[in-house]
Design a protein around this ligand. Structure first.
Ligand SMILES: *Cc1c(COP(=O)(O)O)cnc(C)c1O
Length: 467
């Protein structure tokens, strides 16, 4: 090294001590919080254009950390979606509870890796505490274990991997040792509207898409139980707690009972809907789901933890650990919990900290109130839209999803584009029952009655402009 060059280690240590870049980041974050609830939801044209500032050659020289933070804030912040606010209804994406954000902020400086108890005793402790809390909240069997993953896509993969392991093991086939070629055939029975992440997980696990036995549904997206094929001990059944468009829930009581009698494995994709079980007024939607074998759920949707937070819950600890286990000569096992045995990853950030903080902050009553609030706002949205000229609500609003369309696909698409451009709110499109639709997902704790009214107003204006 040239002695005249600035020493990067010294520079970084100075930065850690005087904290200028940290102070800046904090100040910018607070500015953002001041604005995000009122600003246009989708970034303005100018902000999108200015993203081109990020397109540069990999720099050769190091810079001041404060310079990096200034640059990031200047061109980054305006190009974000105001997802934290109350008028973002896109996909099924939550906001973040303040205590969760604050805890994440603090934990950022701890930079913990949750692979093993010996790497982070704190993270291991919080994972085992939250595992117990979730079993209590969802009233799942005492044997249930939890893996803390990046989202429901990953959770679905873990649950289905556990199912694959267990069903083959019962047939005398150790899939970890022998693989899938020449293995006894397993069957997969799934809701015709299963989420794309389920299909992706099945693909990764070696179940071809064409081998899935799809079960037809009613007009809300619920499996028609009488159309269920015969189930047996070689079958994985995949059900939904919350259809990604309509929010509908399968009839768990009937289907899980049949599956249990046949010794089939039931996996429930409850990415956002599983939380209905924690709400007194909505719990009926989830009746019988405790009879399933594995459940996938997100923290970052209806529970409003920061991204990224998903959970796999599995009543068969041996199966999930066998499916996700890994070893190495350097691995030191903890006395209590080593998180990596319940997840595909080894190193993971300690997302458990935000999940723990969110649950502890809200408590059971807070969760009940917050999630029931999402339902009430969705119902309000549906009612207000039904009063408007030109819109037709297509689903029963059982949870937080509203599916709406105009008279023709063309009108629906044009109206949707106008709404997105106006920036008062942001909603996405989808297809439902052969029609183009606008899909509204009320997923943010911050959404008020006023936010719904302003958004509905934007729908009305958009429709008048394209009609
Ligand atoms: C969002 C969603 C998923 C995927 O979850 P990610 O957290 O985005 O990985 C799976 N199933 C359903 C029903 C969903 O809504």
């Amino acid at each position: 090294m040239n002695e005249k060059e600035p020493n990067i280690q010294d520079a970084m240590m100075r930065e850690m001590k005087d904290k200028k870049s940290f102070d800046k980041a904090q100040a910018y974050a607070y500015e953002y919080l001041e604005e995000v609830f009122d600003r246009q939801v989708f970034p303005q044209e100018k902000a999108l254009k200015e993203l081109s500032h990020f397109e540069e050659e990999m720099p050769s020289e190091s810079k001041e950390a404060t310079e990096i933070i200034d640059f990031l804030n200047k061109y980054g912040a305006p190009a974000t979606m105001a997802q934290l606010g109350g008028r973002y209804f896109g996909f099924v994406n939550g906001s973040a509870v303040p205590a969760g954000l604050a805890a994440k902020n603090l934990a950022t400086y701890w930079d913990q890796n949750t692979a093993l108890q010996v790497i982070s005793p704190l993270a291991a402790k919080l994972e085992s505490v939250v595992e117990k809390w979730l079993i209590d909240l969802f009233q799942f069997p005492k044997s249930t274990v939890a893996g803390f993953v990046s989202g429901t896509s990953s959770a679905n993969l873990c649950g289905l991997a556990a199912a694959r392991y267990r069903l083959l093991e019962r047939l005398g086939w150790d899939v970890n040792k022998k693989g899938l070629f020449n293995a006894p055939k397993l069957r997969v029975v799934a809701n015709q509207h299963a989420h794309a992440s389920v299909i992706k997980a099945l693909g990764i696990l070696g179940f071809g898409k064409e081998s899935i036995e799809w079960v037809a549904t009613d007009d809300q997206g619920r499996i028609l139980p009488e159309l269920l094929p015969n189930l047996d001990a070689q079958t994985i059944v995949i059900l939904q707690a919350g259809n990604v468009n309509s929010g509908a829930f399968d009839d768990f009581e009937t289907i899980c009972t049949k599956a249990q009698n046949a010794q089939a494995w039931v996996h429930i994709d409850g990415a956002f809907g599983l939380w209905a079980r924690t709400v007194d007024q909505l719990e009926y939607l989830t009746k019988g789901m405790e009879k399933a074998n594995s459940w996938a759920v997100d923290g970052h949707k209806t529970l409003n933890t920061p991204y990224d937070s998903g959970i796999i819950l599995c009543r068969d600890k041996e199966a999930i650990v066998a499916a996700l286990h890994m070893t190495g000569s350097y691995i030191i096992l903890g006395q209590e919990r080593d998180g990596m045995f319940y997840t595909p990853e080894m190193s993971r950030r300690a997302r458990i900290i935000e999940l723990w903080a969110t649950l502890k902050y809200l408590g059971k009553n807070g969760i009940n109130q917050m999630i029931y609030g999402l339902h009430k706002r969705a119902v309000q949205f549906g009612k207000e839209l039904s009063k408007l000229n030109g819109f037709n609500v297509l689903n029963d609003i059982v949870f937080n999803q509203v599916v709406v369309c105009c008279e023709t696909d063309e009108l629906t698409e044009k109206t949707l584009a106008r709404i997105q451009k106006q920036g008062v709110c942001w909603v996405g499109g989808s297809s439902w029952q052969g029609k183009k639709v606008i899909r509204i997902s009320v997923c943010s704790w911050a959404t008020t009655e006023e936010d719904v009214l302003r958004s509905v107003q934007s729908f009305a204006t958009a429709f008048r402009e394209v009609e």
